[in-house]
Design a protein around this ligand. Structure first.
Ligand code: NDP
Length: 465
């Protein structure tokens, strides 16, 4: 066993369900999946640990989180190895090492963002202060696309604010969830961060547990709605970061060559399996062919393959379910006469869930590949002649996580008209731990990151005299 395999070995069970590398089908470890009874036991532990954790000073909790970030950095290569083997993403590029580094950055940010007591009124009429108190036990439900960094986004702010946490990783990426928690727990007191493995029934039991005061959920719109219903009995607070179908609008004044690389990574980061990836691209007729050609040139150059190969920049899809979604949407586009610029021809005999990098041009706005979230490496490029029409199309779906405008003059007028939680100009999907991130419409509610993210995992309390 090599050094970078040590953490995978540590979190893998002796028996149970086999976990396979999505690039090769090779068994990389085992997981014992939990049950709703395990949820009850984990919440019990978290509830017992919570008063002691909350009784520490803010500075003491921040110091513990800073040590947790140090632990992430010390184990960064091992964490990257686990997530690359289990999720499929490449070690290099915007892949596994990038994700591990992001975990440390977000934990540090949660521990260093100031949230002082606010004095609201201090005059002859009286004195009122706003404090932020812990909620209690936070349930964190994590998806499989960025399993470590999203867990860090959910866990670190919750702990900072004096809550304890029960995390349920996706059943598809359980080892990654166990690995990041094991490393964080090297620096945290016992009972403060707990993990229950399992599938949707375990997530549901977590949301329904009466001792859960807040649920942080990242995943699909469909499951997000189930979380809302299941949480009603507790009136739990919710942060829901759900799927998106992000539009990018190219304006006629851009240089297609200059924006091609940004467009490519906006759409294809993590093979498109990113909540705020660019999923529909609207391009004006006047420069349509040039943009498509420039995108095709860069797309052809990016190597896809097994994540452990340092030469690769894109890996496989993570699971068969997602592969089927992408394949169905591309086949539908082909059947309706859209033009395949590249890809769209998966090798179904090859091992792994590889789907080729796919660009689909001359596709109608009503196509399923445009209207549904593909969450994979297949970008539809829609031609427009009237900018008003493009804005209408961009806003014409019931989700609104991110969006982007590509324009030489960087004007914000069009950006302001897009119905999305974040609108980027000349880039897509860039996030920052200091900048709040969340969705509009059915992409969810509540925000993560920054001071707003800390407030979201606490109860505002006014003290007035
Ligand atoms: P889900 O929303 O089903 O999964 C997200 C998390 O919720 C997982 O941990 C999942 O567990 C858990 N879960 C499932 N059912 C319940 C439930 N009833 N109550 C509580 N928790 C539950 O996403 P999928 O994995 O099915 O992916 C489907 C689609 O969602 C993708 O095609 C993509 O469009 C979108 N998606 C969006 C993500 C984002 O970042 N916003 C991330 C992942 C997917 P388990 O995985 O074990 O079933």
């Amino acid at each position: 066993m090599g050094e970078r395999e040590a953490l995978l070995e540590r979190v893998s069970a002796d028996g149970g369900t086999e976990i396979k590398d999505p690039a090769t089908g090779e068994v990389i470890g085992h997981v014992e999946f939990g049950t709703p009874d395990d949820v009850a036991a984990a919440v019990e532990v978290a509830a017992k640990a919570q008063p002691g954790w909350a009784a520490l000073s803010d500075a003491e909790r921040c110091a513990a989180l800073m040590r947790a970030a140090d632990a992430i950095e010390a184990h960064a290569e091992e964490l990257a190895y686990v997530v690359s083997r289990e999720q499929g993403k490449t070690m290099n590029g915007l892949g596994a090492r990038y994700e591990a580094a992001g975990c440390a950055a977000w934990v540090r940010a949660a521990a260093s963002t100031p949230l002082p007591v606010e004095v609201l009124v201090d005059d002859e009429s009286g004195h009122s202060e706003l404090h932020y108190r812990p909620i209690g036990v936070v349930g964190a439900i994590t998806p499989w696309n960025w399993p470590m960094i999203i867990a860090s986004w959910q866990i670190a702010p919750a702990l900072r604010m004096g809550n304890t946490v029960v995390n349920k990783p996706s059943e598809y990426t359980t080892l990654s969830g166990l690995a990041i928690a094991a490393v964080l727990n090297e620096a945290l007191p016992p009972g403060v961060l707990n993990v229950v493995t399992g599938a949707g029934d375990v997530g549901d039991a977590l949301v329904r547990d009466r001792r859960i005061g807040k649920v942080m959920f990242t995943g699909s719109v469909k499951t997000g709605k189930k979380v809302v219903e299941a949480s009603a009995g507790n009136l739990s607070r919710l942060t829901l970061e759900l799927g998106g179908n992000d539009a990018g609008i190219v304006l006629p004044d851009v240089d297609p060559q200059a924006i091609a690389e940004g467009l490519f990574w906006g759409a294809f980061i993590n093979n498109g399996q990113t909540c705020a990836a660019l999923k529909r691209l609207y391009v004006p007729d006047a420069i349509y062919d040039q943009v498509v050609d420039a995108l095709a040139d860069i797309t052809a150059k990016i190597p896809m393959g097994v994540g452990l190969d340092e030469n690769n920049a894109l890996g496989p899809l993570q699971n068969q379910m997602q592969w089927n979604v992408v394949n169905r949407l591309v086949e539908d586009a082909k059947a309706h006469g859209a033009r395949v610029v590249m890809g769209g021809d998966p090798d179904t005999g090859a091992p792994g869930y590889f789907y080729p990098k796919t660009l689909i041009a001359d596709i109608g706005n009503d196509a399923a590949l445009v209207q549904e979230e593909q969450f994979g490496p297949a970008l539809p490029i829609i031609r427009y002649t009237d900018l008003e029409q493009a804005v209408e199309w961009a806003n014409g779906v019931d989700v609104g996580l991110g969006a982007s405008v590509w324009s030489a003059d960087q004007d914000m007028t069009i950006a302001a008209r897009l119905e999305a939680g974040t609108v980027w100009i000349n880039k897509h999907g860039g996030i920052d731990p200091r900048v709040p991130f969340g969705g509009a419409k059915q992409s969810g509610y509540g925000v993560e990151f920054g001071v707003e993210g800390l407030k979201a995992v606490s109860v505002p309390q006014v003290i007035s005299r």
